[in-house]
Design a protein around this ligand. Structure first.
Ligand SMILES: Nc1nc2c(ncn2[C@@H]2O[C@H](COP(=O)(O)OP(=O)(O)OP(=O)(O)O)[C@@H](O)[C@H]2O)c(=O)[nH]1
Ligand SMILES: [Mg+2]
Length: 425
């Protein structure tokens, strides 16, 4: 008996090759997205063509070919590499007799199954409804007023309204309702962010392509430098393992502290609505002092992935935050690691301690570049200041003089302003 084998839905992936450079790569990725959605790709059909057919996306002959292959293999669902217009979607569905799932809908399905937190769920729901809104079927030319009769005065607005118009209105209501709910959550997140900003602890955000190793790096650093109560995050070899932002505080051996956030991964042609709805999740990155772009160096398409990441960041409006590049998974390549290139690139493996140390060095150089080193003489009567400095700054040297404790200290500009009065010239 094969009862415990999970059945995967068979699908055919299809793509229009209009001469775009990254066509093959995006088709390989489409297959991975399908697998991430518990589907089994049993065939791939491409068409080389100048531009999509406005009515059916593919040319007529190709539509028939797809129908025949789907028929012969009992495939219920066809996946297209691009987002289709509402009429293309409908016509292609009619022409092939299959359910058509375009790239956008596929990504939305994956996000919907992965979303865990209330915030992520709301964001995905909003994006789904926005996708559905222009695609509602015009099936009902029937007038609702025929069914509702002369009816009550309150619903009079519906008189003469088609079912389609009513469906649209319902969805619009749902969207604005969900947006309200999301706004309430955002507000409390904003408050938390403000509190963190006030604490003047610098922040860095891990960004990059899905499956690059962001969460693995986060966990490696949390295990080494996080307080005991700082929990690790979910990491897994699958697309879109992370949909929520997590923030963790790290304290380095020299008492330098910073906040590190792990964010949702990107993929090429990420649906615009989805990017829009995830803006609030990505606010953590937008407010960071440093972006750490994580790249899967073992993937032959890593350059395209970097481009997609940079494009997506631009799309969200994150443009002028300093960024370091982390070429990760070097252990899966022949390339030597850990290696520092210039002052803003490292080649590492997230699973190696020496790599994480090198990464921390680079992060430090960026986050703490305006730290000052000075000598302070703290009178014995101000013992609390010494305890503060012990906990929050990097004390390089301590000697006891007759009039107090003499400390050579490396510290933030804020602390320097606070304790500058003790400076010994
Ligand atoms: N060999 C090797 N595997 C790695 C390395 N870093 C991460 N991985 C693996 O890559 C897979 C994805 O890692 P994650 O950390 O979940 O990736 P992510 O960037 O957080 O992905 P999303 O959350 O989907 O955006 C996991 O199976 C990790 O164990 C590395 O340096 N070397
Ligand atoms: Mg992750």
């Amino acid at each position: 008996m094969e009862t415990n084998i999970q059945t995967l839905e068979p699908v055919i992936i299809t793509g229009l090759n209009t001469g775009q450079e990254d066509f093959d790569y995006s088709m390989v990725e489409l297959a991975e997205l399908a697998q991430a959605n518990h589907m089994e790709v049993i065939d791939r059909i491409d068409q080389v063509i100048d531009r999509p057919n406005p009515a059916t996306y593919f040319g007529k002959g190709k539509v028939e070919e797809i129908r025949d292959v789907a028929d012969a293999n009992h495939v219920p669902t066809i996946i297209t590499n691009d987002e289709l217009s509402p009429s293309q979607l409908r016509n292609l569905e009619e022409g092939t007799g299959c359910r058509i799932l375009d790239r956008t809908a596929l990504i939305l399905e994956i996000f919907a199954t992965r979303a865990q937190s209330k915030e992520a769920k709301l964001q995905v729901q909003i994006a789904e409804l926005q996708y559905r809104l222009p695609r509602l079927q015009t099936s009902a030319s029937e007038r609702l007023d025929q069914q509702t009769g002369g009816g009550s005065g309150f619903t009079n607005r519906g008189a003469g309204e088609t079912k389609l118009e009513m469906d649209r209105r319902t969805i619009q209501h749902q969207i604005s309702h969900l947006r309200h709910e999301l706004a309430a959550i955002d507000k409390s997140e904003q408050t938390k962010r403000k509190q963190r900003a006030k604490s003047a602890i610098p922040t860095a955000a891990l960004v990059g392509y899905t499956n690059a190793g962001k969460s693995t790096i986060m966990n490696g650093l949390v295990r080494r430098y996080g307080a005991a109560e700082e929990k690790t995050v979910f990491e897994k070899n699958m697309l879109f393992a992370t949909l929520d932002t997590s923030v963790r505080q790290l304290t380095l051996p020299d008492q330098k502290r910073f906040l590190l956030s792990d964010t949702v991964g990107f993929v090429s042609k990420l649906p615009t609505h989805l990017v829009e709805s995830f803006k609030s999740t990505l606010a953590e990155a937008a407010n960071a002092d440093l972006l750490i772009q994580v790249i899967d160096y073992s993937d032959p398409h890593y350059k395209e992935m970097m481009e997609t990441t940079n494009e997506t960041l631009k799309q969200i409006g994150i443009t002028d935050i300093p960024m370091i590049n982390v070429f990760n998974k070097a252990d899966k390549t022949e390339i030597e690691f850990p290696i520092l290139e210039g002052d803003d690139q490292v080649v590492i493996s997230a699973k190696q301690d020496a790599s994480l140390d090198l990464l921390v060095d680079v992060i430090k150089k960026h986050l703490f570049k305006d730290y000052v080193t000075t000598t302070l003489l703290i009178p014995f009567t101000d013992g609390h200041v010494v305890s503060y400095l012990n906990e929050h700054t990097n004390i390089l040297d301590t000697t006891y003089e007759s009039d107090g404790t003499l400390l050579t200290v490396e510290m933030s500009v804020q602390d320097y302003h606070r304790f500058g009065k003790y400076e010994k010239n």
